[in-house]
Design a protein around this ligand. Sequence first.
Ligand SMILES: Cc1cc2nc3c(=O)[nH]c(=O)nc-3n(C[C@H](O)[C@H](O)[C@H](O)COP(=O)(O)OP(=O)(O)OC[C@H]3O[C@@H](n4cnc5c(N)ncnc54)[C@H](O)[C@@H]3O)c2cc1C
Length: 458
Amino acid sequence: MDARLQSAFAALVGEKYVLTSPQDTAAYTTDWRRQYHADALCVLRPAHTAEVSALVGLCAREGIAIVPQGGNTGLSGGSVPTGTRPEIVLSLSRLDRIRAVDALNDTLTVEAGCVLADIQRAAAQAGRLFALSLGAEGSCQIGGNLSTNAGGVSVLRYGNAREQVLGLEVVLPDGRVWDGLRALRKDNTGYDLKQLFLGAEGTLGVITAAVLKLHPRPTANVTAWIAMRNPAHAVESLAQLRARLGERISAFELVSRGCLEAVLKHAPAIRDPLSRPHSWYVLAEFADTGTPATLAALVEQALADCSNLAQDAVLASSTTQSQSLWKIRETIPEAQFANVKHDVSVPVSKVPELIERVGAALESALPGVPVYAFGHIGDGNIHYNVGDQALLPRREEVNRIVYGVVAALGGSISAEHGLGQSKREQIRHYKDALELELMRALKRSFDPQGLMNPGKVL
Ligand SMILES: Cc1cc2nc3c(=O)[nH]c(=O)nc-3n(C[C@H](O)[C@H](O)[C@H](O)COP(=O)(O)OP(=O)(O)OC[C@H]3O[C@@H](n4cnc5c(N)ncnc54)[C@H](O)[C@@H]3O)c2cc1C
């Protein structure tokens, strides 16, 4: 980067917050899975919306592309440069203030760089729940969560990140600030512009702040680890449990025996919760207001009513036990770190068919290949991971098999992680041509110079 540009950036944000040396920028230019890396001109670390606005405006005048970055925990290569043109990484991590808590309106106004776990804590201090929850919550940031429309483990009850938002503040690609920080539950004044930035993966603008919805805080939680014969029984039991427990089911996660074994091998301190092996498991979380004993009794009765489907079950009787059960689920990603990964969704009723058909097609093409199927079965979202590192060169072939079945079942090739760099090519085959045309038209209208996170999504 030339000295003129470096001092122009430094004048806007302070010299200390213009990172140029490889040791300073390394953590920002490689993605979490260490599959994507490219150099940037520099990493910029503004502290306020006004600084973001000034930096983005300068980039627009200089024709420099911008890669917005939150916690850099994204799983599709969206948060790092592509190296195809001059780019800067714009880290939002210093915009980390909680701007306002309005308990009576059940809202929290936060800046984009707030870490998700800190937002959950701020909501708890106000006696409320912020419902977004995912494995990376200790390091991902709300700006990244909203830009990927993150899912996680509470979607079944509370919806995706998109559904937790009432208002946004966004720096547009020319540097202007759109103040859409409204805290309204009703506002029918034309197009709902905020929705365009949610899930846009930084391709339309930089989210700098958001008004988030809060929920009543449950006073009772029950965690259950339930053995199932197959995914069809898991889907059927979800329907039966919902009929009995309604919205008290906040998470319903599928775990295959293969995933559990990978976890037990990777983390020997973790124990199999049941005394004998089963093919499939569900990790379910139930939450309610009222006493823990009342909820536990309701859950036990509901599980007893479904005993034809549940082969065995253990209920956590303490927070520590609950955390141990969740630890199994949270360790799955790192227990099978390098393989061919998929984040797909189909209608919940079609999940068993998806798992069966993809399994058969893979077995026929790659006999004996290990498959790790797990995820948010209550949302029809399965992480269908295949093989090990040696299979990575055959990724395209595996993708075609998995995505072919997903498409035949009316599903999506990206349920919650986004397209980023990793699925940018494939989406052309699996998304309707008219939808892609409309998306390109929106992109041109917001970002005519194509400076916002180029090489991602479209
Ligand atoms: C262990 C683990 C578990 C995970 N579990 C889940 C899960 O259950 N569900 C799920 O959905 N995801 C999950 N993820 C993926 C990841 O945590 C989410 O995608 C998360 O929302 C990314 O947030 P981030 O702050 O790390 O964003 P980053 O990775 O920094 O960025 C993600 C995308 O958002 C853009 N972006 C970031 N901040 C902004 C901003 N302020 N304005 C505009 N664009 C921006 C980036 O350019 C990039 O395209 C998991 C990841 C890990 C490592």
